[in-house]
Write a protein that binds this ligand. Structure first.
Ligand code: PEP
Length: 270
């Protein structure tokens, strides 16, 4: 599909295909992963209205990769990577190792990595560079905590994360990056940003991209929303003009829930 579609007023609107990713976190053995992926494929293996990405734990990447190999519209993602290409880094996984398993996307800077594993914006920047060099598409996560939202410092917080995490990238590199806005207070809590709150924040991020990179970059970069996305709230959130997809945690562990999110958020054209 053309990336540019004329609007009713004749101006040109950039088409951004929605991207819905499931972040399984530290869940599912390989046997459980196989069952989940088979169920997802059965239901949305031919669904073409959105890009779909599954991010299992490292231990299931190979199994999921094999299952997805004949499927065109569902891609494989990883939840993390190390920024070094190889070496004495016990327990770590490099971009090259992910490529070897046909991984296409990698989540970087998830708030759980920031909170529990001390990752900061400089780490995010290094990992994003490593991912892009290996031709993996980074899903770079940003988001504020509840006190930051309530104290009205969220714009400053997001600006700092964007400035640090995206430092030094070219416009071309930027358009290969997917941003995920995930308010920390909405992750795994059952609390969701209202569609208006999420849209306002996505608009803020897009304006930041326009100001600090270019209008073309701001129109092309896809920004996912993440934080307690469920089948019941997916459509309203993803109908917002600046929300280009979802990063789904808990609800992606169940095939019916995940496929309902995909289908509710991106209904097939009639
Ligand atoms: C996440 O971990 O990225 C996430 C959004 O989790 P949940 O959907 O469970 O809130």
């Amino acid at each position: 599909m053309s990336p540019r579609t004329p609007t009713a007023t004749g101006s040109v609107k950039i088409y951004r295909k929605k991207i819905i990713a499931g972040n399984w976190k530290m869940n599912k053995t390989t046997g459980e992963a196989k069952v989940l992926v088979e169920d997802i494929i059965r239901d949305i293996g031919k669904f073409d209205e959105a890009e779909i990405v599954l991010c299992p734990p490292f231990t299931s990447l190979e199994t999921v990769s094999t299952l997805l190999s004949p499927i065109n519209n569902i891609r494989l993602g990883a939840q993390n990577l190390n920024d070094k290409p190889s070496g004495a880094f016990t327990g770590e996984i490099s971009a090259g190792m992910l490529k070897d398993l046909y991984v296409r996307y990698v989540i970087i800077g998830h708030s759980e990595r920031r909170q529990f594993f001390g990752e900061d914006d400089a780490t995010v920047n290094r990992k994003t560079i490593a991912a892009l060099h290996a031709e993996l598409r980074p899903i770079v996560c940003i988001g504020e905590t509840l006190p930051q939202r309530e104290g009205n410092t969220w714009k400053k917080v997001l600006e700092t994360q964007l400035k640090g995490g995206l430092a030094g990238f070219t416009e071309k590199e930027l358009t290969d990056i997917i941003l995920a806005y995930e308010p920390v207070w909405a992750i795994g809590t059952g609390k969701t940003a209202t569609p208006a709150q999420a849209e306002e924040t996505h608009q803020f991020i897009r304006h930041w991209l326009a100001k600090n990179f270019s209008m073309a970059v701001s129109e092309r970069v896809r920004i996912q929303y993440g934080g307690s996305v469920k089948p019941e709230n997916a459509a309203e959130l993803l109908n917002q003009p600046n929300i280009d997809g979802a990063l789904v945690g808990g609800a992606s562990l169940d095939a019916r829930g995940f496929t309902a999110i995909v289908k509710n958020a991106c209904p097939s054209p009639r």
